[in-house]
Design a protein around this ligand. Sequence first.
Ligand SMILES: C[S@@+](CC[C@H](N)C(=O)[O-])C[C@H]1O[C@@H](n2cnc3c(N)ncnc32)[C@H](O)[C@@H]1O
Length: 567
Amino acid sequence: MAPSLPPPIPKTRIGGIPGVDRGRSLFSTERFGAGETIAIIDNPLLALPDDANMRTTCNYCLYVSGTIEFEGDVEAGPRTCKACTGCKAAVYCNAECQRAHWKLVHKAECRMFKRIKERTGKDWVPTPVRAVAQVMLLLKAGDEETVKAFGPGGTLESNVEGFKTDESLWGDFELQATGAVVYAGLFQSDETLKQAMEVLCKIQTNAFNRFDADTGQAGIYLHPSLSMVNHSCVPNAYITFEKRKAVLKAERDLEPGDEILISYIDHTMPRRARQESLRLYHFQCNCIRCKDDLNAYEVIQACGVSPGVKWLNSSSFQPDVASLVPAYVERSKTVPKSKIEEIHWKCMELTCIVQGDPIENARAQWELCKPLRDAQLWALDPLPPTILRIATMLGSNRTTLAKALPLHCFMALECYPFKYPASFTPFRVKTLMTIAKLLSAAGDLTYSGDLARYCDHEGVIGVLATADIVSLTEVILRLVRQNGVIGGVASWDVLFGTKEMLRDIGDLQERDEKDAAMVKHWANNLQDPVSKAFWENVVLKPITQLASFAIEIIEAELGGNKSLARK
Ligand SMILES: C[S@@+](CC[C@H](N)C(=O)[O-])C[C@H]1O[C@@H](n2cnc3c(N)ncnc32)[C@H](O)[C@@H]1O
């Protein structure tokens, strides 16, 4: 039976025919500027922490134990989630969450965890197994919303026939579905197993992986209406997750009638890698990036930057990417796309070697990327993740952190503005925050006179000695806050961190009042000539100077006689 339609989300409509072409899609019925919220969803059908974190994450609201939260300016101290006294497996941050989850699903699930403990000695099951078991228990209880989505003829697409064509995957699904039926204590008939398989296919097709690189937390999130959003490798929208909420935001300006399109995958990878990642969704993407095999620079040239994005980018390190891309597009003609694909797969293999020497791997990746480096195509994968890997290694050690700074500045100028043209996209906000944190740490070393002991790069020492590090850090923190709020990541640890750091800067006794006043003036009068001169000299100049050292630092660090190689 063809699936019917879930209820539309306000200010949007669902169009298209189930199972025909790209099936149903979500369309905007209003105008949305870039960065504007299209919808906030707070009633998911499924919202699970991943199995590795289910003992430290509230199983209802998804609060992570030990983190600080802000409601406006009010700070809520860190809490520890407590286990359910029945199963001792699921944990909750307070009694309210425990009650809500009990009513929702845990009443039935609690017995399941006791059964799992008796049979396996474990107090957890893999996340997909738990998700299928939850849905099966809710279907058995006749839960109206679950039946509408997952029951016979329910609203969700399953792609069952597509999944069946992959024998090995189908075999894995059978194991997981059987596990869910057994643990949920359901009668193991062919009919029940078939239903559990269909539930698993529906989850695979429609659930979001709510991965948060900050906390390392992942999990499953499913809302039947939000699942109507189709994929494009040139997305005009994106979703962020804030505990039980999913926030759908416009990434470009949207007009009434536009199809809302998000990316299900990392859409900045080369084409074959994207197709491989999309295999689980059983469709051939025919967006312009895929059809014409465009790279990041060519996409910007072909699609332009929408006016709202351009306006919001005006106070970013790279305010006008569109004017810069023609030169990159020209240079990219010198590296065949098949070569870039080849480099990508070889780098992926190296990334997957868990036991390998990380420095050796980074060095090998850097070597593989030589054709991209020679053509200065810094935004094309796998060059940015390779630089990030090296920067992360340098930044995680006090003795080398000052040298991580130029690498992050370089990525903020040369990589991410072209990969993700909107300045408020989460990846770019996180990069700014990393720069602010490294600046603050390097600033401490500078003021205590210890920098030269830890950093053997004269250029970096020189820039840090002459820059107004406090003002520079304050400006970047303000950019993080501004972009983070637009980007819809207001409850991020990233943004909580800015509050603490800005407070510390405000408390500095020895700071010249004139410097503090200048930052305020800049924040309130971005376009005035004094602010522009301040931006150029105090912000952009040191960031650009630091970035200019990035490549030589990488070469030296990987070259065999410097800190990274010595570790
Ligand atoms: C989360 S659902 C999206 C809603 C779906 N179109 C429906 O009618 O239920 C994901 C599925 O939608 C289809 N889909 C999503 N994006 C697509 C695209 N760009 N082209 C073709 N099919 C697409 C694929 O079948 C995919 O497995």
